[in-house]
Structures are given as structure tokens and as C-alpha cells.
Design a protein. Structure first.
Length: 114
């Protein structure tokens, strides 16, 4: 069973930056399309970025130009660089395969507030 462990969240002021990491267990990480998802209070979970096994990326319009997804297959790790953060980016952030597995990691809380 693939395990997903997110880290790197925290409290940041508007305009600040954070880099999220997701450690993924198993030997097939390099073959997966991976994604970052987020869930804000009272809202449904949404997918914000994806990266294919070949490295092609896609970002939701709400984060395009501010967030960047990347991966390091040698380390079985997925990243999300988040710049120019806004209060609307406040959410719990999760990583998962695309399409998502039936289970999720614990996520990492990102709070953007002054």
C-alpha cells in the first residue's frame, strides 16, 4: 500500500512563500502521475496541481503563476513551491496519485494570515 506523508506547512503572511514536500513509499513512484490537493474549511477538496511521470505539469487557474509542482524520483518525493500566498490559499494540503487513491495522508496545514 502506498503511504503518503506531507510536510512543510505553516503560518505565513500574505505574499510569503512555503515549500511543501510529500514522501511517497513504494517503488513505483516514478511511474505515477501525482497531484497536490487542498481542502479549505467548509469547502470540498480540490486539485491544484499535477505532474506526470514524464514531468509535464498542470496548475489550476487559481494558483497558476504562483505555485509550482515538481518531483524528485530518486527521493520518491513530490514538492509544491508556493509563492505570493494569499489568505484564500489557507487550507490543508494533501498529495495523492491522480486519480486519487481511496485513502489520504494526514495533510499539512497552510495558514496565510497577517
Amino acid at each position: 500500500q502506498v503511504q503518503l506523508v506531507e510536510s512543510g506547512g505553516g503560518l505565513v503572511q500574505p505574499g510569503g512563500s512555503l515549500r511543501l514536500s510529500c514522501a511517497v513509499s513504494g517503488s513505483r513512484f516514478s511511474s505515477y502521475t501525482m497531484g497536490w490537493y487542498r481542502q479549505a474549511p467548509g469547502k470540498q477538496r480540490e486539485r491544484v496541481a499535477t505532474i506526470t511521470a514524464g514531468g509535464r505539469t498542470n496548475h489550476a487557474d487559481s494558483v497558476k503563476g504562483r505555485f509550482a509542482i515538481s518531483r524528485d524520483n530518486a527521493k520518491n518525493t513530490l514538492y509544491l513551491q508556493m509563492n505570493s500566498l494569499k489568505p484564500d490559499d489557507t487550507a490543508v494540503y494533501y498529495c495523492n496519485v491522480v486519480p486519487a487513491l481511496a485513502y489520504w495522508g494526514q495533510g499539512t496545514q497552510v495558514t496565510v494570515s497577517s
